[in-house]
Write a protein that binds this ligand. Sequence first.
Ligand SMILES: CC(C)(COP(=O)(O)OP(=O)(O)OC[C@H]1O[C@@H](n2cnc3c(N)ncnc32)[C@H](O)[C@@H]1OP(=O)(O)O)[C@@H](O)C(=O)NCCC(=O)NCCS
Length: 182
Amino acid sequence: MPAPEILTERLVLTPFLRGDAPALFDYRSDPEVCRYQMWVPRSGEEALHFIDGFQSVVFDTPGTWFQLGIRLRDIGPLVGDLGVHFPPDEPLQVEIGVTVARGHQGRGFGTEAVRGLLGHLFGPLQKHRVFASVDPRNRASMALLKRVGMRQEAHFRESLWFKGEWVDDLVFAILQWEWNGR
Ligand SMILES: CC(C)(COP(=O)(O)OP(=O)(O)OC[C@H]1O[C@@H](n2cnc3c(N)ncnc32)[C@H](O)[C@@H]1OP(=O)(O)O)[C@@H](O)C(=O)NCCC(=O)NCCS
């Protein structure tokens, strides 16, 4: 399955380009942006290495993560990214994550990008369920997931060892029929 190019009103969601490495490093190493994230690049080279790692990954392959860049349609620079995880034993389920550069937050780009991705996953790809894992302290992310119609399904207590402490983990999800009937 070739990686998609998903168009929304203001955005285009496409795979990373090698030239995205400086922007990716800048916003992903911002302390405000990476507070609840596992992957934090320490240099532009590490961001480039991360991008190169996806060149051989085929979109929608069970057991892989894929990363799509979020770009403004008219201008083109990277303003964020979407993580798309295809679990190894669940071909009809997908885990997602979203990041928007601090300077572009609060303008609806995160919401618009996730809606565009859900439309693609439930439309052409005919997935059954999409879920996301979020730290309960991450209010902006929880608000976004609720805004696109995802429901909180679980609250796991201190289930993740993250940055030197045990932290809680919330699972949000939406089913294909819920998305179609929203
Ligand atoms: C979570 C995150 C992706 C949200 O991105 P964002 O682009 O700022 O999200 P949005 O702009 O869609 O929504 C943020 C606010 O903008 C408002 N907004 C402004 N214009 C909007 C529009 N045109 N459409 C929708 N919402 C709009 C929303 O109402 C929302 O306000 P509220 O949450 O106070 O009610 C961003 O905060 C982020 O990258 N956080 C760090 C990374 C992270 O932790 N990611 C989660 C991992 S799953």
